[in-house]
Design a protein around this ligand. Structure first.
Ligand SMILES: [Zn+2]
Length: 236
């Protein structure tokens, strides 16, 4: 069956001497892998289009699940993310967003919400503004995890619901931010201690606090996906 869909380029992988596999997150099918024949030979046809973070429109031959592969027929740019021009840190943060899709999503399990979260992030204005990018990453992490049903508590202790001004302890296995009195009797309370405590009042204006919060949420996400997020090592 021939299909048309729009989607974000998540990653590409060499498949043979001539072909590559592209992984996309599309509006109608969610995460999908497409075999791109001769992509390594006819570079002109795909130049600049298959780069990660781009929003593209796709035409492909769709085969039912199980009888792979689906074949890409044509690809056109809707939004060129132009990532080569971006600051290194912003590229790492953008890769982190794609890692969420790669680590958590199963194939062909679409969610309009997730597609819109990706749009909010990748089509944001002022793409090379780091401070703004950090805000958008935190928003993405929290919305995405909430949609999965595993959102961590950030502003409140997840046990007693008390408002907290800081994150000193974070329980990645359970609900996230936890206050001293709720956590102190826990046998592994020490492992929940955050290396550099996060002042939640300064998260709005301080890039380092934003980054610490992002890393803390990544730890939580790694536990719940059972997979590693490789971009975290490039965030320092
Ligand atoms: Zn508490």
């Amino acid at each position: 069956m021939r299909m048309e869909d729009e989607g974000f380029v998540i990653k590409k992988k060499e498949y043979s001497d001539y072909d590559i596999f592209g992984s996309f997150y599309t509006n109608n099918l969610g995460k999908i892998n497409l075999l791109i024949k001769n992509a390594r030979k006819s570079k002109k046809r795909f130049m600049g289009k298959l780069e990660p973070f781009n929003l593209v429109s796709l035409k492909f031959k769709y085969k039912n699940q199980g009888s792979y592969p689906n074949l890409l027929e044509s690809i056109d740019l809707i939004d060129n993310h132009n990532y080569i021009t971006l600051d290194k840190k912003i590229i790492v943060l953008s890769s982190l967003i794609n890692e969420y899709i790669d680590n958590f999503e199963t194939l062909e399990n679409p969610s309009k919400k997730n597609f819109n979260y990706l749009k909010d992030f990748f089509l944001r204005k002022d793409k090379n503004n780091l401070s703004l990018c950090l805000n958008e990453v935190i928003k993405f992490q929290l919305k995405y995890l909430k949609n999965l049903g595993v959102s961590p508590s950030v502003q409140r202790c997840f046990k007693c619901q008390k408002n907290l001004k800081e994150i000193n302890f974070f329980d990645i296995q359970n609900g996230g931010n936890i206050c001293y009195s709720c956590g102190k009797n826990n046998t592994n309370f020490n492992s929940m201690r955050i290396k550099n405590k996060i002042d939640l009042r300064s998260v709005k204006r301080d890039d380092n606090s934003k980054l610490n919060l992002i890393k803390t949420i990544i730890n939580f996400s790694e536990f719940h996906s059972g997979k590693q997020f490789n971009s975290v090592q490039y965030l320092d």
